[in-house]
Design a protein around this ligand. Structure first.
Ligand code: S3P
Length: 181
């Protein structure tokens, strides 16, 4: 039986906000993968990107995915690029169901603009909307491939999204052998 839910999706699709609500509703631990990566490196995510480079970041991300492969009863919010390495998904699928949150580029831009661009090293350039579109174009295939359940988050609030996830899991979860509560 699987007892975790991993939320995947692009930056700004609501993985952390929705994940915390889900954790509360389902009485599970909430895990932010980026926080674990940051702890391993003993520096912030932007510092890892600037000082050590994206490849090092991806190595740490894979170590964390492996560390979490035996975790139980948690809602795990993944970084937007987790799906770029198939091994990450293989590790996490052992005990988790993978839920993809989607949003369109304009909505993503609106949401992440609030956080300040220094927090998003991959979008820290002159034309973030163009960058969002091009990263999404490239990644969409990998997101779809990894996802067992997909939810559109455009024009929805986080509570509504969390309830939609629970609803879909109740309908499809039995098939996928997930222990919801
Ligand atoms: C990344 C997304 C970020 C973080 C890192 C790389 C990506 O996480 O892991 O900056 O490659 O899309 P969020 O999706 O939580 O912002």
């Amino acid at each position: 039986m699987k007892s975790n839910i991993v939320l995947i999706g692009f930056m700004g699709t609501g993985k952390s906000t929705v994940g915390k609500i889900l954790a509360e509703k389902l009485h599970k631990d909430f895990i932010e993968m980026d926080d674990f990566i940051s702890q391993k490196a003993n520096k912030s995510i932007p510092e890892i990107f600037v000082q050590d480079g994206e490849i090092r970041f991806r190595e740490l991300e894979m170590e964390v995915a492996k560390d979490l492969s035996e975790k139980k009863n948690a809602i795990i919010s993944a970084g937007g690029g987790l799906i770029l390495n198939k091994l990450n998904i293989d590790y996490l699928k052992k005990k988790s169901i993978i839920v993809l949150l989607q949003a369109n580029p304009a909505e993503i831009f609106k949401r992440i603009s609030k956080d300040g661009k220094e927090k998003r090293p991959l979008l820290d350039n002159n034309d973030p909307v163009k960058e969002i579109k091009s990263l999404l174009d490239y990644r969409q295939y990998y997101y779809n491939n990894a996802a067992e359940i997909t939810i559109s988050t455009n024009n929805k609030d986080p509570d509504q999204i969390a309830l939609e996830i629970i609803g879909k899991l109740m309908v499809e979860g039995l098939d996928k052998k997930i222990e919801l509560i």
